[in-house]
Ligand binder design. Structure first.
Ligand code: 8YV
Length: 326
């Protein structure tokens, strides 16, 4: 029988992941404190696999370089901007993520955040709990979904699930992505700015990373106009925070609903100080049901690789089988 492969776990040691990997592998859970360095130094030369249980924990090139025999990285989450896939591709390392199992959950959250933002539900609840109802009705919300057109930025699996829900709400949908999606009938805008001029609502569900950095900038917010609403379900990097804060403060757009932030869990004070926006603590996929499926997929990808089979969900940048190590 082949010897068990050495695998490191970087990030929060989620129970399902630890239980699933302990046994099939020699699992080394890297401590999340000053002890990390000593543990890495001890095991680095033998490590062939890694589980990364989600941002903010990362696997950048300098970390991968510490493990000269590394072959496989199983990452938690559909987004993998916390993993250096370019370095991985260049060094024959395959990376997997956890798509599909969270699609419907994240789409649900996007609609929840949209409704909360448009109809001010969190503010209205604060009003009731603050005992203000006795003095009069909560003011009518100025925004409604009834006259809106939503521009989805990113028409991947989750973008499509959001669009399907919006159809149910009878809200027209268009989208922006680098290339038009096959089989999608919504109008495609090759340029973000052109779409921003034609819609009043943006839902961001595009991958993070350098290619989408600050695609929502001052110009786009200006084009969105005074009824504008920005919903960010993607990554904090996608939005130019300074521009968004300015547009919101000066009421150049109506509101925003943000589930993700640049340096989360830190949230800029300017956002916290504004009562006319809605802020979620990165809730997209966070139900017990969906997180278990994501954790199991992290394990199943490693088990498949460990058995010499194709991993279930390799990312496109590092297809299986890997190219020879550089
Ligand atoms: C997770 C996410 O909350 O899958 C993603 O890309 O953003 C969320 O589902 C996140 O990965 C946790 O680190």
């Amino acid at each position: 029988m082949a010897a068990k492969a050495d695998v490191v776990l970087i990030g929060v040691p989620k129970k399902l992941v630890v239980d699933g990997l302990n046994g099939p592998f020699n699992l080394h859970v890297i401590p999340r404190d000053a002890g990390a360095e000593a543990m890495i130094a001890k095991v680095a030369l033998n490590v062939r696999g890694a589980a990364v249980t989600g941002a903010p924990d990362t696997m950048k090139g300098d970390v991968m370089a510490r493990f000269p025999k590394l072959e496989f990285v199983s990452s938690f989450g559909v987004g993998y901007d916390n993993i250096d896939v370019k370095y991985a591709a260049e060094h024959g390392i395959t990376v997997s993520n956890t798509p599909d199992v969270l699609t419907e959950e994240v789409a649900d959250t996007a609609l929840g955040l949209l409704l909360c933002t448009v109809r001010e539900f969190p503010q209205a609840e604060r009003f009731l709990r603050g005992g203000k109802w006795m003095q009069g009705q909560y003011p009518l919300s100025k925004a409604t979904l009834r006259d809106r057109t939503v521009g989805i930025v990113g028409m991947g699996r989750i973008g499509k699930a959001i669009a399907r829900r919006l159809e149910g709400f009878q809200v027209p949908v268009v989208y922006h992505s680098r290339n038009p999606q096959a089989g999608v009938s919504y109008r495609h805008y090759p340029k973000m700015i052109d779409m921003a001029r034609d819609v009043d609502t943006l839902i961001l569900i595009t991958p993070g990373g350098p290619s989408t950095k600050h695609i929502v900038n001052a110009e786009v917010l200006d084009a969105l106009g005074p009824n504008g609403i920005v919903i960010n379900m993607s990554r904090g990097t996608v939005v130019d925070d300074a521009a968004l804060i300015k547009a919101l403060k000066e009421r150049k757009i109506h509101s925003a609903g943000l589930d993700v932030f640049l340096n989360e869990p830190e949230v800029p004070k300017e956002y916290l100080d504004m009562d006319h926006i809605v802020l979620f603590p990165h809730l997209g996929s966070s139900t017990v049901y969906t997180r278990r499926k994501m954790e199991q997929l992290v394990v199943d990808n490693l088990l498949a690789w460990g058995a010499g089979k194709a991993p279930l969900t390799p990312v496109p940048e590092t297809p299986w089988p890997p190219k020879k190590r550089a």
